[in-house]
Design a binder for this molecule. Structure first.
Ligand SMILES: [Mg+2]
Length: 261
């Protein structure tokens, strides 16, 4: 696979991006670095992905992150990436290496925990899963009528509090005290690494919120068809690998050349 498969404007954008002082490379996982497969548990990154991301993360002033809708533990297991790569799960409510909450968010988290404990008290088969930035209420093991009643109490109570973000799933409702979208996650990451420019790559509608946060020399790359706010587009995960390899080559060259030469 060679760089010629990439659109010429994208090649130019990668070249400019590689020259930024502090670079953040952020990407979605499923459908972007790994081909979509029927069984989500069978998803694996393309063979060269781990090597190229590990090499990029090892360069000075260069940070790499995956931002996924998957739970953090899932993402860590499936992606097989070293600890230098930042992992963000659940669309931004779980950060590897921890997430420092603001005092207001911590206070809200504590208040949520008390209220949810009050709601579930006395019911069998209902449990709380307390995570750093969210609390999930699981009703899978409860009687269906009990589960429905608990979910309704959460929906009409703390779900409506200011600053609470709600995600509903099968027999679970999760309340987060931080913004849970990929755009907000991207902002947290670039602040954390002090990025002067960012590339974000993704294939799904949830990635659009991240594309919308890009500016300046940042580049957004949409994978596949469909409307997108991204400035560039590639066809499939193998082309994403080409983008990453091109960026690695140019970043290495750039870092070997003192500024001003
Ligand atoms: Mg995806």
């Amino acid at each position: 696979v060679s760089v010629e498969v990439l659109p010429v404007e994208l090649r130019g954008a990668i070249e400019r991006l590689a020259r930024t002082p502090v670079l953040l490379i952020a990407s979605d996982f499923d459908g972007t670095l790994s081909p979509i497969v029927e069984d989500p548990a069978a998803a694996r990154p393309l063979p060269e992905v781990v090597d190229v991301l590990t090499a990029l993360a090892g360069l000075p002033d260069t940070a790499v992150a995956l931002i996924s809708g998957r739970a953090l533990r899932d993402l860590a297991e499936l992606s097989g990436l070293p600890a230098e790569v930042h992992l963000v799960g659940s669309h931004g409510s779980e950060f590897s290496g921890g997430l420092r909450l603001t005092p207001a968010a911590e206070e809200l988290h504590a208040r949520l925990r008390r209220e949810l404990q009050r709601i579930i008290a006395g019911w069998d088969g209902v449990g709380l899963e307390v995570k750093p930035a969210s609390i999930a209420v699981h009703v899978r093991r409860a009687r269906p009528d009990v589960g429905a009643q608990v979910i309704r109490a959460v929906q009409s109570g703390p779900s409506r509090w200011d600053g609470v973000e709600v995600t509903e799933g099968k027999a679970v409702i999760e309340l987060a005290v931080v913004r849970t979208d990929k755009g907000a996650a991207l902002d947290v990451l670039r602040q954390r690494v002090g990025a002067t420019a960012t590339v974000f790559i993704g294939d799904d509608v949830t990635d659009e919120k991240a594309f919308l946060r890009l500016r300046g020399h940042d580049i957004g790359i949409k994978v596949g068809d469909g409307d997108s706010a991204a400035s560039h587009r590639v066809a499939d995960p193998p082309q994403v690998v080409t983008v990453l390899k091109t960026l690695l080559d140019q970043r290495r060259t750039r870092l070997d050349t003192p500024p001003g030469r």
